[in-house]
Design a protein around this ligand. Structure first.
Ligand SMILES: [Zn+2]
Length: 318
């Protein structure tokens, strides 16, 4: 079978490997689609053999089951949750607990987006979001955009979104943000002033989805005292916040903020995500920019890295 492998910095090749065989407690999945994630782009930038995790936003169909498998049958549609997966391949074998069974009518393109949606839902669930909260979403890539739709359906009162890129700001508006701003030429004080003007006060909840320092600072400063900053943006960049900014609001004795990542990952959120998609509350297909066949994966990654092309999420079709 075909599998994509990073062979050098920004160089991917399609190699031929034997089809994997499921163990007793494993399921063999014929992969339909796999999304390109920011973490895959990180791998793409390295050189040497880094194929321990490459492609983890996976949907497919069960083609074979191990003898101890009881919850799945051949022909089932599944999403796979594994951060050790090699999803840019024709087949994978996964243990039962890493596969999520989907309804027969599920679109497998949408199913490949369940993983980023589940990340968003974990963030919302574990970071103290409450109905009626006002929200600041910084970064409108796939995670930020899916979060805007999910937060809206969960009863956010007002959503302010920020992104440097005009295409993404327009998408955020389409996805339900009440107000969008361009943070590129603004200090965090200026961003706070805009948020206070639009919301009437600071916000109850902020979601960092850009993974850059300036965004983290803004997410901290737009929050009311004692509220939670949910950090979802991944990046190797170090985040610089002084302890003062966490303990107290600088210049006051008001309490600072809580910062929380989305862990622990909760696999049940795949089910919640599937329901939200089914009820049309979240429309992940609207973030898909382009679908490339596996043979063109090099082109797909070059395309994804090109910042001049307006785009959000690209998929590989096996
Ligand atoms: Zn991902």
């Amino acid at each position: 079978m075909k599998r994509a492998k990073i062979i050098a910095n920004k160089k991917i090749e399609i190699i031929n490997v034997p089809e994997p065989c499921p163990g007793d407690n494993q399921i063999k999945v014929k992969i339909a689609y796999c999304g390109i994630c920011g973490s895959d782009l990180e791998e793409f930038h390295k050189s040497g053999d880094f194929s321990h995790c490459f492609g983890h936003e996976i949907s497919g169909v069960v083609t074979e089951i191990g003898k101890d498998i009881t919850k799945f049958k051949i022909g089932d549609k599944v999403a796979v949750h594994s951060y050790e997966a090699l999803g840019f391949s024709e087949y994978t074998v996964e243990s039962e607990e890493r596969c999520i069974k989907l309804a027969d009518n599920v679109d497998l393109k949408e199913a490949a987006l369940l993983e980023p949606l589940a990340v968003v839902l974990c963030g919302i669930r574990y970071c103290d979001f409450k109905i009626g909260d006002t929200v600041y979403v910084s970064g409108c890539g796939s995670i930020g955009l899916l979060a805007i739709q999910a937060l809206q359906s969960f009863g956010a009162r007002k959503i302010i979104a920020a992104n440097r890129n005009e295409f993404r700001r327009n998408k955020a508006k389409e996805f339900g943000a009440d107000y969008v701003l361009d943070p590129s030429d603004k200090s965090s004080e200026e961003i706070v002033a805009i948020v206070e003007k639009e919301v009437g006060e600071k916000v109850d909840f902020s979601l960092e989805c850009a993974g850059v320092n300036a965004s983290m600072l803004a997410c901290n400063k737009v929050l009311k005292p004692g509220k939670t900053l949910c950090a979802l943006g991944l990046s190797p960049e170090a985040m610089m916040l002084s302890p003062f900014q966490l303990f107290v609001r600088p210049g006051t004795w008001e309490p600072g903020v809580k910062i929380q990542g989305m862990t622990p990952f909760d696999i049940n959120m795949f089910e919640v995500g599937a329901r939200l998609i089914n009820e049309k509350k979240v429309n992940p297909l609207e973030i898909v920019s382009k679908i490339f066949p596996l043979d063109n994966i090099q082109e797909a990654f070059d395309f994804t890295l090109d910042r001049n092309i307006p785009q959000i999420k690209n998929l590989i079709k096996m």
